[in-house]
Design a binder for this molecule. Structure first.
Ligand code: SIN
Ligand code: CO
Length: 387
């Protein structure tokens, strides 16, 4: 699957001229797009206890009802109106085969991609006019949705007219388009939009992105840096001059404190890489810690030498950094020293075969140790179809 860019556009032109800058409507982005999930299956998914689902209903003027999933099996028995939407986020984490649909968007790094959300709405259904803080590709997977958008980005702090979900009371559309199956609309952050289902079954896929903010990163890096002894360094002022303004905090003291803080944050590349990798692969929801399984190095070696593969677990956030011929692999906030070939196989291709484990003889041993650890912690799963 590849994005069929309009004439004159390519990934490079899109990145240079549209990404984070302005909306783009791509007609027939995926020609003959074959929607692999129907509304009933989506409803089934919303009932799965591991799903991240929301039901949103417009119940009156500025009144909205929000039910967070997992939904009960008979939830839809009581649904009578048609101004509602069902949205399931993180579909690619729950159903690994959906990870393939993110492939066309991997001209952007995985760490920027948040999830695939799939929505269904009966004709008239909508989640109201709103802004998202993140970039999104809105792919019409089935049926028709009318999208209205404003063509300038809003500044932050938009007030909501609903107490339940964020709805703009002052939305004025600049552009209106009907999107058919295979059409896709790209929106940068803070572009107000309003999508209304126009034909059955209206299913919209949102490929959503993420971008950490300073207020999200600061507490995390501070916690990380506080693990280090250097964080206990205390303010010192030997040989200071006597003050004649004892009530004042002197500029030189302020400068000294600033320099302590700047120094604390100005870490080596190695330290910063480790923190970024851990932070960026941290799962959205804290995971229950599961006991490592007892899979042995020998079993994994036999599996690989018999032509089997190890597949990256789609539920894990994965990334790697690389410097000086060494890689660090990050999986759900944990880090592992790894050879670059193996890190690439795990994170770029999501598939490890025997050749990825033997860069040279000594590394083969380190890999088998690491592979066992990764399989035991279910970062990698055995692909038994090939054995
Ligand atoms: C939807 O699929 O109904 C809403 C998607 C969005 O506006 O981000
Ligand atoms: Co939106």
């Amino acid at each position: 699957m590849k994005i069929d860019w309009p004439d004159g556009l390519s990934e490079a032109v899109f990145l240079a001229e549209y990404w984070q800058q302005k909306p783009l409507l791509i007609r027939s982005a995926f020609e003959n797009f074959d929607n692999p999930i129907d509304p009933d299956e989506l409803a089934g998914l919303a009932c799965d206890e591991d799903s991240n689902a929301r039901y949103i209903e417009h119940t009156g003027n500025n009144e909205w009802r929000l039910c967070a999933g997992p939904l009960s099996d008979n939830f839809f028995d009581d649904v009578t109106g048609h101004e509602w939407s069902l949205l399931v986020s993180d579909v690619e984490k729950l159903l690994p085969e959906f990870r393939d649909y993110l492939q066309p968007f991997r001209f952007l790094p995985d760490w920027r991609i948040d999830d695939l959300m799939i929505s269904y709405a009966p004709v008239g259904g909508s989640v109201g006019a709103h802004v998202d803080q993140y970039d999104v590709f809105l792919l019409q997977a089935d049926g028709i949705r009318e999208w209205q958008i404003e063509n300038t980005a809003r500044v932050k702090n938009n007030t909501s007219v609903s107490n339940t979900i964020a709805i703009l009371g002052d939305f004025i559309a600049d552009d209106t388009w009907e999107l058919q199956a295979g059409d896709m609309l790209y929106l940068p952050p803070q572009y107000a939009h309003h999508g209304v289902a126009k034909s059955e079954p209206c299913m919209t896929w949102s490929i959503g992105f993420r971008a950490p903010s300073v207020d999200e990163m600061l507490p995390d890096i501070i916690n990380y840096l506080m693990e280090d002894e250097s964080a206990t360094v205390r303010f010192r002022d030997p040989r200071r001059a006597a003050t004649v303004t004892p009530g004042k905090i002197d500029d030189t003291d302020i400068a000294a404190i600033r320099s302590m803080l700047v120094k604390a944050l100005n870490q080596s590349d190695e330290t910063l890489n480790q923190w970024i990798g851990r932070c960026i692969t941290e799962p959205k929801e804290p995971q229950e810690s599961t006991e490592p399984n007892g899979i042995s190095q020998e079993h994994i070696a036999n599996h690989l030498s018999g032509g089997g593969a190890l597949l990256s677990n789609s539920q894990m956030r994965l990334a790697y950094t690389q410097s000086d011929g060494q890689a660090t692999l990050f999986a759900n906030g944990m880090d592992y020293n790894c050879n670059p070939t193996l890190a690439e196989a795990i994170c770029n291709r999501h598939r490890v075969v025997i050749d990825d484990t033997r860069s040279n003889k000594s590394e083969a041993y380190e890999s088998s140790d690491l592979l066992a650890k990764l399989c035991q912690r279910q970062v990698l799963l055995l692909d038994n179809q090939n054995t």
